[in-house]
Design a protein around this ligand. Sequence first.
Ligand code: NOJ
Length: 550
Amino acid sequence: MTASDTDWWRSAVIYQVYIRSFADGDGDGIGDIAGIRARLPYLADLGVDALWINPWYPSPMADGGYDVSDYRAIEPLFGSLEDAAALVDEAHAHGLRVILDLVPNHTSDQHAWFQAALASQPGSAERARYLFRDGRGPDGADPPNDWRSVFGGRGWTRVVEPGGAAGQWYLHLFAPEQPDLDWTSPEVRADVEQTLRFWFDRAVDGFRIDVAHALMKAPGLPDLRTDLDWPEAARRPEQHPHWDRDEVHDVFRSWRTVADSYDPPRVFVAEAWVPKPERLAAYVRPDELHTAFNFDYLRAPWLATPLRRTIDATLAQHATVGAPPTWVLSNHDVARHVSRYARPQIDQPVHSLQALLGRPADLDLGRRRARAATLLMLALPGGAYVYQGEELGLEEVEDLPDDLLQDPTWLRSGHTDRGRDGCRVPLPWGGDAPPFDFGPGDDAWLPQPESWRGSTAQAQREDPDSILNLYRAALRMRRELPALGDGELTWVESASDVLHLRREPGFACLVNLSQEPVDLPVGAQLLLASAPPAGGALPPDAAAWLADPT
Ligand code: NOJ
């Protein structure tokens, strides 16, 4: 890794480590920093460029660590600041960069600031860091407005004042344990910049920004005045009162100057669920964040027309601001793509487990499509994300016992939405029975299916045809082939349910989304395929990488 290599993020493949479920070093059934350190050789061998580690800060874990009680320390379950420093050093020694997760929209209700706000009076400086408001109605018994929590239920909780009387309300766009900060407060802004510097000073290479589109709220916190859900509400002509407001960009411009003051400059990736590619492009203007997750691509079905539509819109919008796109298939908030692709595909965006339940699944088909989707994703211009376990072809665990579900969505939806635990099941590393070498103990915090016996990293390492070895080969080739990574793409004319793209010099990717075999182009040399071609033709639900000089 060289300091002059400052553009690494334009082509990077970044592996997402959901720390609780990646690898357990101390045997308590919960993943930790020691577990990550022990598996760095695996990640280096896989061929990714960087890790993004989900929040590892002290947290009561009301939302899997996205409720942070101290931004400049490490959750004891995961390790210590010394362990974190050792991890960053060792990752760098393996040529892997490290990106952390910044949660700026809300803190934990156990954060010292929120505890001080609860102990203070309405109108105090302590409350001004959050969004405390008087309620409506004669006794202030109704919430200040009609905003909802993303996890279900109202977005406001009423507090008991220090004297014991029913008091003000505070806003939480997520769980009640995650009070929203007030981003008009200079103190909030200064404190988060200090957190950036704290970790940048410790050689961390960048940050993923949690709900980047949520920070600013409309002055006066007006009602939504409609029960339209986001993103449908984005079709309204006026701005939404709390998602994707223009004022957020000011915050990011200021962070960019902090990142650019380091050598090498540090980088950001935005988590911004915005409904239009042009709105996403605004987050990655040259003086703002570097990249943003492409959730339109993640949500696209396994159908040629919507995939090509999404790719084209993404490329066109990113070109207007000169930023590289990213391509993502799964993460810790969505049903794993093997299980999404295992269902009959319709031209509708899908990401949650709830949308899949009750629809018949063919997991072998889902896995074939997932292999092909990997080759397509890694052939596209820009960077890509790999969510831990997708390189093992893991499926969503759809039948976790109700009493083990931990996602606040399950509780807050009145047990109607099973939430996101099914994509967070601890990884199977080796052995024949759960917990599949997840750690030295007998436990894993969520149970793994017995059927993962054949999916362990160890079992797949020995199988030349495994999906793990497909990822390894593709990532190795991606580094070697000058055509791949950042750059341009052109489409080659093809049947409507086939995607055929070219990258220069001399590379092509053919993806067969039809029901019939498709002939490989004459004169092209096969570099890699997600399924073996037969008689010069690529089977359905398969992709091939080709050296194609024409
Ligand atoms: C997005 C994170 O990815 C998700 O896991 C979390 O629940 C919300 N933001 C709230 O922080």
